[in-house]
Design a protein around this ligand. Structure first.
Ligand SMILES: C[S@@+](CC[C@H](N)C(=O)[O-])C[C@H]1O[C@@H](n2cnc3c(N)ncnc32)[C@H](O)[C@@H]1O
Length: 262
């Protein structure tokens, strides 16, 4: 693994450059960055739901994903298979989060007629092993995943009235368990298939027209306004990425507790 460290190339996000135009003074931006903000590595970052929560908690975020998202909101991005990330590289970050793909354990996928478990690898054990020596990490997944769950979150503690989206977290540090409340009757599932025919059909039966606009999905999931106010001029995330994402308030809540350990 160690010999691969040179292969990690970090791509600075253009969004980040737009938001921080004034970086010419001394000390160098890099030194200043380290001094001012703790760093977080978001493994399996996808479109950046977790990343946004980490940024809201005040982290300088680097995302890693095997697919380049359309418009990654974090500070830096690495296009790479997470399993090829050197351990030394992980240890260089103050805090590491991981959201491995959940298809193998998700009820939505498992209930499909032709579900083939073997088609969907489970990375959880491998990721846990990679993070073994890191003092501050959080692994997220769906309820049926083989996590050593230390925290469960839903939309209710964050005032997200239409969101249930129960997610389990395995944290290497203590995060208080909030009360989860009851599943709201009128909750809406934001899924990757928001644009599928099946979804249109279900919505039609409920008397709703077409798919909800992307900004509605973003607001249900607790994305901050700056992510959806530009829609449709600037499509930060597409339906698939939003449907796959961790609601930013969940990631923010955990990250704010992680900061207490730095
Ligand atoms: C559940 S989504 C992550 C959602 C993300 N945390 C968010 O909040 O937006 C899982 C992501 O893992 C990525 N992925 C799958 N296999 C991967 C691998 N071997 N290495 C890196 N990324 C991978 C997928 O491209 C997908 O974006």
């Amino acid at each position: 693994m160690g010999s691969e460290s040179d292969a990690v190339t970090v791509k600075r996000s253009s969004n980040h450059q737009r938001r921080r135009p004034n970086q010419t003074g001394t000390p160098s931006p890099h030194t200043e960055r380290i001094r001012m903000k703790p760093t977080a590595l978001d493994l399996f970052c996808g479109g950046g739901g977790t990343t946004i929560g980490l940024m809201q908690a005040g982290f300088q975020v680097t995302g890693v994903d095997i697919i380049q998202p359309k418009n990654y909101p974090g500070h830096d991005f690495i296009k790479k298979d997470v399993r090829d990330i050197p351990i030394d590289f992980l240890l260089g970050f103050d805090y590491v989060t991981a959201s491995p793909p959940c298809h193998r354990h998700s009820i939505a996928t498992r209930s499909q007629r032709d579900f083939d478990r073997e088609k969907y690898p489970c990375y959880i054990e491998q990721v846990r092993e990679m993070l073994r020596d890191h003092p501050l990490y959080s692994i997220e997944n769906v309820p049926l995943a083989p996590l050593r769950t230390s925290l469960i979150l839903t939309g209710q503690p964050f005032g997200l009235k239409r969101l249930w989206r129960k997610r389990h977290f395995e944290n290497s540090f203590i995060v208080p368990q909030p009360s989860l409340g009851n599943r709201p009757r009128n909750c809406i599932s934001v899924t990757t298939s928001m644009c599928s025919n099946n979804h249109y059909y279900r919505r039609k039966k409920l008397g709703l027209q077409g798919r909800p606009p992307l900004w509605v999905c973003l607001s249900i999931m607790g994305y901050p306004r700056w992510t959806w106010k530009h829609y449709p001029k600037w499509t930060l995330l597409n339906y698939h990425e939003v449907g796959n994402s961790v609601p930013p308030p969940y990631a923010r809540y955990i990250a704010e507790h992680a900061k207490a350990y730095l």
